[in-house]
Design a binder for this molecule. Structure first.
Ligand code: FAD
Length: 399
């Protein structure tokens, strides 16, 4: 799917994950010339992800869902408390387990059909402001330099946000309010698990400040991983904790390769756009701080950026362009950022719920008939075990 890189375009989109794919596709649909660059094929396996999404969210932001993108349907969650008590929560057809590589390929094909020029071995190394343009420079196929002149740039390069370093007002790894959390996972073959439920495990010993997951991948294999809170990194290695968990829980299973990645939680108060550079997805810290879901969130970010750039390129004055740039944060806040901000403020308390509170809540919830278990009921049963927690999480109630 590679094309010759143009030397000029209206917009360069750097990064072809969910944020960049959506941004490029929607920009081309609005009649702009777009170059979509990634340093690797976005369908290279394994994609660093547990691949679970909210079904309705995906449908809303990605449009029609190709059956090839879907590994399976999620009908609920099994919460596992620190002492191993399992609490089932049913929500039929609420989620999907994706084949993200296939989804990326499908979205790239949609973008190409809309006129996007793609190059998937284009490593972007610098952005330079020249007059009213940006020059995007990098390395093509690992050997030759490229340079592309555009009017606007999308930074959709994933967690860390290094590309925008030095652009005043924009988030970057160096100055950011990032809450970058390490996550590590492996694919386990031949373990017993319900094929239509996702499992989330809690407890300070193995999952400090975060959780463990078992997400079905096929009827024979599961994506098993953990994310831990950033505050716990000095005391715990996510990889060692995952090894420990697997050896205790599935002692006879042979374990293959481990894969890692960073999760960009933390709603930033900084602008999402400045001087014609727009940020979306993990590069803009748009991951849900508690669930750590970021796929649909990145698609939202990419879609909003595409709309903003289409207006920005038409705006006749610098003042109007500046207003569009600063409105982007408000637009994001309206669709998602405010929720993330509230979740982010509750996160330290959520991440420090004592094990005995989880265990007590799990015992109580198992006494509630399955059909009467709702997420708010599960949540409040947990918090009511510790009134001080309820107070520390008051931001969730809008206080
Ligand atoms: C282990 C793990 C499990 C996760 N599980 C889930 C889950 O189950 N559900 C969920 O919703 N979210 C999950 N997430 C979060 C989700 O993966 C991200 O939020 C989502 O991928 C963000 O999309 P993005 O497009 O912003 O960035 P990415 O998907 O990271 O895409 C960025 C792209 O930019 C490219 N790139 C980077 N730098 C350059 C450069 N200099 N030049 C060119 N290209 C570049 C990269 O190659 C990459 O293709 C998980 C994350 C991790 C780490």
């Amino acid at each position: 799917m590679d094309f010759r890189l143009p030397q000029q375009a209206d917009v360069a989109v750097c990064g072809a994950g969910p944020a960049g794919l959506l941004a490029a596709w929607r920009l081309a649909q609005s009649g702009l010339s777009v170059a979509l660059l990634d340093r690797r094929d976005p369908w290279r396996e394994p994609v660093s992800c547990a691949e679970a999404v909210h079904a309705q969210g995906l449908l809303k932001w990605a449009g029609e869902i190709d059956p090839a993108w879907v590994r399976g349907t999620v009908n609920g969650v099994v919460f596992v408390s620190p002492n191993g008590t399992r609490v089932d929560y049913l929500q039929p057809n609420s989620g999907l387990i994706l084949d993200r590589a296939e989804m990326h390929r499908g979205l790239a094909e949609r973008a190409v059909a809309a006129g996007v020029q793609v190059h998937f071995r284009a490593n972007v190394q610098s952005l330079e402001s020249v007059g009213s343009s940006w020059v995007v420079r990098g390395l093509l196929d690992g050997v030759s330099d490229f340079s592309l002149t555009v009017r606007a740039v999308v930074d959709a390069s994933g967690p860390g946000g290094k590309l925008t370093k030095g652009i005043p007002g924009l988030e970057s790894l160096e100055n950011g309010s990032f809450d970058l959390e390490p996550a590590v996972f492996t694919i386990l073959e031949g373990i017993e698990f319900p094929g239509d439920m996702i499992e989330l495990d809690f407890g300070s010993r193995l999952f400090p400040g975060g959780y463990g997951w078992v997400f079905p991948r096929s009827d024979k294999s599961a994506n098993v991983g953990i994310v831990i809170g950033r505050d716990h990194l000095s005391k715990a290695s996510p990889r060692k904790l995952l090894q420990q968990w697997i050896s205790e829980r599935w002692p006879n299973v042979s374990v293959g390769a481990f894969y890692g990645g960073a999760i960009a939680c933390g709603q930033s108060p900084r602008a999402l756009a400045a001087k014609g550079v727009f940020k979306a997805g993990d590069s803009a810290s748009q991951v849900n701080p508690i669930s750590r879901s970021g796929i649909v969130e990145a698609m939202k970010g990419g879609t909003l950026v595409a709309k903003a750039i289409a207006e920005w390129l038409k705006a006749p004055t610098p003042e109007q362009r500046k207003a569009i740039e600063s409105n982007l944060l408000q637009d994001w806040n309206a669709v998602q950022g405010e929720v993330h901000d509230r979740l982010g403020r509750a996160k330290p308390a959520f991440g420090s719920i004592p094990d005995h509170v989880f265990d007590k809540a799990a015992r109580r919830i198992t006494n509630i008939p399955l059909v009467k278990r709702t997420l708010p009921r599960i949540f409040f049963t947990t918090l009511l075990g510790s009134p001080s927690l309820l107070w520390r999480m008051r931001s969730l109630m809008g206080f």
